[in-house]
Write a protein that binds this ligand. Structure first.
Ligand code: AMP
Length: 185
């Protein structure tokens, strides 16, 4: 099975949940920029303070800040496989990631796109009740996704890496679909 992966999709599509399940069952390292940023916020670091204000509006944290965090983590990626969740979120980040992975001799093998209707996304995000999950912020995060992150769908499709998965249904059913997509390609 392919095990150097990236999860792409709108906020609320279940990237974090599915990434955690897949990485646990296959021993892959799970790297979530959202989780890394939330730990910085919880630790009260300068970086966390800068990130928190932006995260609470639903905007993206700057590429420079996110890339600094990711670069510090990439050294720990090993041959056991890994899964990037919530990164890259812009074309600038994707273009910075490729040479970093090349230099580690661990190129990306597949991009899993989780697809889901807006109505279900909004319902799911309201249900999880995170600090940045109020209705206005959620709508803004969806707009930001469409404008800044959705262009990555074509970017990775053109590289022949994209696997689309319908993210509707039970958590287990979606995991099964992802596994099948990764086996079959
Ligand atoms: P997530 O947990 O992936 O939904 O991320 C929560 C928030 O963290 C996002 O709404 C952004 O403000 C910020 N964030 C996470 N990952 C990135 C990234 N790759 N680039 C910019 N901002 C990010």
């Amino acid at each position: 099975m392919k095990n150097r992966l990236l999860f792409l999709g709108p906020p609320g599509a279940g990237k974090g949940t599915q990434a955690a399940r897949l990485s646990a069952s296959h021993g892959m390292k799970h790297l979530s920029t959202g989780d890394l940023l939330r730990s910085e916020v919880a630790a009260g670091s300068d970086l966390g303070k800068e990130a928190e204000a932006v995260m609470n509006t639903g905007e993206l944290v700057s590429d420079t800040l996110v890339l600094a965090i990711v670069k510090a983590q990439l050294g720990s990626l090993d041959g056991g496989g890994w899964l990037l969740d919530g990164f890259p979120r812009t074309v600038v980040q994707a273009e910075a990631l490729a040479p970093l992975l090349d230099s580690l001799k661990q190129p990306l093998e597949a991009v899993v796109l989780l697809e889901l209707d807006d109505a279900v996304l909004i319902e799911r995000m309201l249900a999880r009740g995170r600090a940045d999950d109020t209705e206005d912020v959620i709508r803004h995060r969806l707009e930001v996704y469409r404008e800044k992150t959705a262009p990555l769908i074509d970017y990775y499709r053109q590289q022949g890496l994209l696997l689309s998965v319908e993210a509707q249904g039970s958590v287990e059913a979606i995991t099964e679909r992802i596994e099948q997509a990764l086996q079959g390609s």
